[in-house]
Design a protein around this ligand. Structure first.
Ligand SMILES: Cc1cc2nc3c(=O)[nH]c(=O)nc-3n(C[C@H](O)[C@H](O)[C@H](O)COP(=O)(O)O)c2cc1C
Length: 249
């Protein structure tokens, strides 16, 4: 299928493999790009030299478009951005920060910029900052999450009504039927995380992949809501985190 998202990224299918710390290196990103979607290298867990290596390996493994995800709270952000410019990465997905900080710099260098948002208010800010598209990431999403608890079902149509740029839906999407539902709500593509984290090419540990595959309804919980909300699988570590948080607040 062809739409604004496939044209923007020069891909065959409007399926984006989410940037994910520790899980989405060059192997996963290039495999997704070679299959006609958009693969993303998650830079959030990488030192600058490691990021450069992943970008170079990704370029060698695919002739197709790929992207780098940059969480804007990363301490070495200037070094990461410098590498992205030097290596001529075509697309950058920013998250966890103000899109006003880096969008214009990246776009001046011809880079397509997408920002991840959890509300229509921030979607409008991303559009004003010059972003080419936004990811509307709902409460269901793995990883860090917005505090508002707006579900994908509610967020996607709200963001689509608020902005003119293409909207990618994220959070709880892992199958074709869920993708179709997101597109009926107005999204022009989907960003998928947890499903890809369990794939062979993901660099996540086999035990984590198995836990994700076997997780069912109610097996995750949005924890650390007072600090920096993150969705965790319910296990021993989760219990320790809950107890530590209770002691602090
Ligand atoms: C293990 C894991 C790590 C993640 N790391 C990041 C990250 O570094 N940067 C980011 O913007 N989002 C991150 N996310 C969120 C994803 O990019 C994506 O938006 C989310 O996984 C979509 O929801 P889903 O998991 O239900 O498919 C992460 C998600 C997971 C599951």
């Amino acid at each position: 299928m062809q739409n604004r998202v496939t044209k923007l990224f020069n891909i065959d299918h409007p399926i984006i493999q989410a940037g994910m710390i520790w899980a989405s290196g060059w192997r996963l990103a290039s495999a997704v790009s070679n299959a006609g979607g958009l693969g993303i290298i998650g830079s959030g867990s990488m030192y600058p030299d490691v990021l450069r290596e992943h970008i170079q390996k990704c370029k060698a493994a695919t002739g197709r478009s790929f992207a780098v995800n940059v969480p804007l709270l990363y301490p070495d952000i200037d070094k990461h951005m410098q590498i992205i410019l030097e290596e001529k990465v075509p697309i950058v997905f920013t998250s966890a920060g103000n899109p006003g900080t880096w969008t214009s710099v990246l776009r001046e260098h011809g880079i397509t910029v997408v920002h991840v948002v959890s509300s229509s208010k921030f979607a409008v800010k991303a559009q004003q900052a010059g972003c080419d598209a936004v990811v509307a990431e709902g409460f269901e999403a793995g990883g860090h999450n917005g505090r508002e608890e707006t579900t994908t079902m509610v967020l996607v149509p709200a963001v689509c009504a608020a902005v003119d740029i293409p909207v990618l839906a994220a959070g709880g999407i892992a199958t074709g039927r869920q993708m179709l539902a997101a597109m009926v709500l107005g999204a022009e593509g989907v960003q998928v995380g947890s499903r890809f984290v369990a794939s062979v090419e993901a660099s996540s540990h086999a035990n984590f992949k198995n836990r994700v595959i076997h997780a069912g309804e109610g097996d995750t919980y949005l924890s650390l809501k007072q600090l920096t909300p993150v969705r965790l699988l319910k296990n021993e570590f989760f219990t320790q985190v809950q107890e530590a948080e209770k002691m602090c607040f």
